[in-house]
Design a binder for this molecule. Sequence first.
Ligand SMILES: *Cc1c(COP(=O)(O)O)cnc(C)c1O
Length: 372
Amino acid sequence: MSIPVKFLDLKGINLQYESELIEAFHRVLHSGWFIKGKELEQFEKDFATYCGVKHCIGVANGLDALILIIEAYKTMGIFKDGDEIIVPSNTYIASVLAISRNNLVPVLAEPDEATFNLDPLEVERLITPRTRAVLAVHLYGQTADMSPLKDICANHHLKLIEDAAQSQGAKYKGIRAGALGDAAGFSFYPGKNLGALGDAGAITTNDDQLAEVILALHNYGSKVKYENLYPGVNSRLDELQAALLGVKLSHLDDENAKRNLVAQQYLAEICNPLIQLPVAASYGEHIWHIFAIRLKNGLRDRFKDYLADQGVQTVVHYPIPPHKQQAYKELNHLVYPVSEAIHNDVISLPMSPVMLPEEIKRVIQVCNDFQN
Ligand SMILES: *Cc1c(COP(=O)(O)O)cnc(C)c1O
């Protein structure tokens, strides 16, 4: 019998650190302090240092991180209702929601086919007098090509925001995601490369003023308890998740290196003319949150069923692009051929730092055996 292969063994990933995680839990339990305390302070300091930025602010999840960045720029008078933000058309829905929930307008840009990330030429083409920012999503664990995007944003006085939800630890020209723009939103959803044991997120920035506004906004608009500067929200990263994330952060580089070994083996040994492998651009370090391959000619769904029959779990990231979602009826008439082709072709192979050599071999064998 051939061995089954899970898409992502979350239990196995976290059980590697069972004793450290239990110790962190005990520390929080015995402190008797659960919100905005020493654990959060330590994690924020450690994650800021890790990314190479001045400020890290823990929040409740990745979507809130992105929403709060945009809301803070509105609070500062830099963005207003109806302003436009350019965002890739093939991103996860959260990037688009962060814009529209702030009453700004998402302007969808076709991605670069090779990297699945923003194409700077396309971004430049979409700039209008109402454009205020570019939201660069580092999709699947690889950063966007940030130097040209930085130049475009500087020339047009736009903010450059990173959606770094899939790229904890990824680098661009030696600099980490989170330090590549004016501000970045991270998710620590359990399935991300740096995953909590529940929901969590963070914002990183070098902008002192932005950090100060976000620090208030995410905690009822308050800096001093019971004094409210803004009509804020409650979106905090609690002590327990912060303590658990501290443990996970200390192993992140090691885990990303293990994912890279899996990816390098896939890239070297999957050899099937029906399968198009992903490209790791030479400008950076891909952290392989997702190993997305493409199957052309409408073969994707048949390939997915075939892998399932062989006991290999896969996921499609993502089956429906944002502009085709019911949630965005006003965008449904738009046509994005590059993005739509990606959504039709793409499928993600099992990828994790705890895959066994025989599991990796099995995925490769099944991919190579697939026939039209
Ligand atoms: C996961 C993710 C988010 C949202 O993170 P949550 O913590 O689930 O709110 C945002 N953007 C991208 C690209 C993501 O993959």
